[in-house]
Every structure is written in C-alpha cells, then in structure tokens.
Design a protein around this ligand. Structure first.
Ligand code: AMP
Length: 311
C-alpha cells in the first residue's frame, strides 16, 4: 500500500440548495478527498491550514478516520477559509456567493517528514503556489501526482496554475473548467490541449453526466449512477478525486486499465456524497454500502454485444 499526501482546503461551507440551507458546516476540498480516500484504509495525510475558530470535533473526525492531520496548521488568531454557494434548480450548476481565503491567504504548507516520500500526491483545490510548494517538498519523485482545481484559480492565478499543471500526471477538472482553461468547447479537443500542457491523463468530470478519462488516443467513460435523491452536490468532485487517488494508492497500479477502475470507485463514492448535506453521508459510509453500489454500477454499465452477423 502506498502513502498518500493530500493538500487542499479544510473549510467552513454555507450551502443553499433547492432542498434547504445550512449555516457554516464542515467542508473543504481536502476534507472530502480525505474522507473518500479513508475508505481504502490507506496511509494518508492532509496538509492544510485552519483558524482558531475551527472546532476540534471536526479535526477529530478526520483523525478518527485514520487520516494523519499533523500537517494541518492551526493559526490561533486567524479565521478558517470560508466558502458559500447556491445551487440552481438543476443541481448541476451553482453560484459562488463568497470565497473568504482568511488563513489560506498566507499559508506555507509543511509536508510531515514521514510523508515526504509518499508515492501518491493529491493536489486538491487551493492556490497553485501552495500545490507547487507541496510538490517541491517531496524527497523523491512521486509515482503519481493528481491535481484538481477550479475556475476561481484560473481567474486569479492562471500562470501559477499552468506551472503546476506542467508537473502533474493526472488532472481532474470539470467540463466547464476544461473549456475555460483551453478555450475549446469540444471536450475531446480540450483534453488534447490539456495533455499538451503536461498531464498524461486527463479526467473531465461532468457532474450527473459522469466522467471521461483520456490518455493518448484512449478514452474511457463512466456514467454517474442515476440517483433518486440528490440533496447537495458540494464536494462531489473532491470525493471523486479522493476515491480515484485512494484506489490508486491502495492498488499501486498506475496503468490506464487500473485507472478505469479508479474512475469507477471515484464515481461510486461521489454518488454517496451528494445524498446529504456536506460531509454527513461520507462520515457514516461503510464498506458494505460501497460494494453494493459498485455492484449496481456494474449492472448499469455492463453489456454483451454481438459484433457480427446481425446487420
Ligand atoms: P466541489 O463541490 O467538489 O467543487 O468542492 C466544494 C468544496 O471546495 C467546498 O467544500 C469548498 O470549501 C471548497 N472550495 C470552494 N472554493 C474553493 C477555492 N477557491 N479553493 C479551494 N477550495 C474551495
């Protein structure tokens, strides 16, 4: 089993969906990634920062999942990163109402000594200079570096983002962001352009329409599981990324074939995340539920077809 380093926000979120509204609750890219990766019992550490206002019970929740949080700095006199968003009726699109960087504004990440040799690095959504800072602290070249980002950083730190994209193996990005990054409408052309920027593997997430994995001339597609209830999509992208990274760290097989299964695990875990507000569903998820849903996924996508003597 490989070690996994996760960098990303650990945050307060306030969310509004057609089904309800929350006050500040636990959120953040690294939180969702960590909770998803913890399903694989991998040796994972989060590198992040929070303020003195961050409840100990939230930190305990992460360490109770066996996630090493010694790399989560607590700035006693500072305030935790805060994000607020409101979903449209389609639940696939949202408006960001507030992004308050707070302690994230001058964060210098420190990778715990025991994780500087981690084989898998998951650069979750935050400032690209922080993502780069983590990569520079690794003692040896990781076997797999995965990067997730969002339009916010394309708008305010594009050059820094391009510099870190150059150094990663896999990028996970949503369709809208892939279009913004490349200026291309076709996702196939966008993926090709992103390949040219550095990553050998490009995952384009399409929300309730599934995810595409591109590698050279190969494409793999996984649908999202059709769900009866979608309550809050916040963190689905990060949960996907955490499942993807956790699966690769657990299996230590970084081939395209195995990455297809990583996409399936990522999609399956994301399907749980959206069923409740914030981290509620992921906190209580158990192994049996995951395997049951993987089986549903298999039924949904598997078919035998005769390729001769029919037409
Ligand atoms: P997702 O729904 O997967 O895009 O992720 C939502 C999570 O990302 C929320 O929990 C937020 O706290 C976090 N988030 C929102 N905006 C940013 C940002 N600009 N940088 C880092 N994390 C963010």
């Amino acid at each position: 089993m490989s070690k996994l380093v996760i960098v990303g926000t650990v945050a307060f979120d306030a969310i509004e969906t057609p089904f309800g509204k929350t006050d500040k609750i636990l959120g953040g890219a690294a939180t969702f990634i960590g909770l998803a990766a913890s399903q694989f019992n991998v040796d994972a550490a989060i590198v992040s920062v929070v303020g003195g206002d961050f409840p100990q019970e939230y930190l305990d929740l992460l360490s109770d999942k066996n996630i090493d949080i010694s790399g989560v700095e607590i700035v006693k006199e500072g305030k935790t990163f805060f994000w607020s968003g409101k979903y449209h009726n389609d639940m696939n699109t949202r408006d960001t109402l507030a992004t308050e960087l707070n302690v994230l504004a001058d964060f210098n990440p420190v990778v715990p000594v025991g994780y500087k040799n981690a084989e898998v690095v998951m650069l979750g959504n935050l400032h690209p200079l922080v993502q780069m800072g983590v990569l520079e602290q690794m003692n040896k070249k990781p076997k797999m570096v995965i990067l997730d980002t969002m339009n916010f950083w394309m708008d305010c730190a594009l050059e820094e983002l391009k510099a870190v994209i150059k150094k990663v193996d896999v990028i996970t990005i949503n369709d809208e962001e892939a279009r913004q990054l490349t200026g291309e409408y076709s996702l196939v052309v966008a993926a090709r352009k992103i390949h040219e920027m550095g990553p050998k593997y490009v995952v384009i997430k399409k929300g309730e329409h599934g995810a595409l994995l591109f590698h050279e001339d190969n494409v793999f597609f996984a649908p999202a599981l059709p769900l009866e209830e979608v309550f809050d999509p916040t963190g689905a992208g990060d949960t996907f990324a955490g499942g993807f990274a956790g699966f690769l760290a657990k299996t230590e097989d970084y081939s395209f074939e195995n990455m297809k299964n990583a996409v399936i695990y990522g999609s399956t875990l994301a399907s749980f995340c959206v069923e409740k507000f914030g981290t509620e569903r992921m906190k209580k998820l158990n192994e049996k539920e995951v395997y049951q849903r993987l089986d549903q996924f298999k039924q949904l996508t598997q078919f035998e077809i005769v390729l001769e003597n029919i037409l």
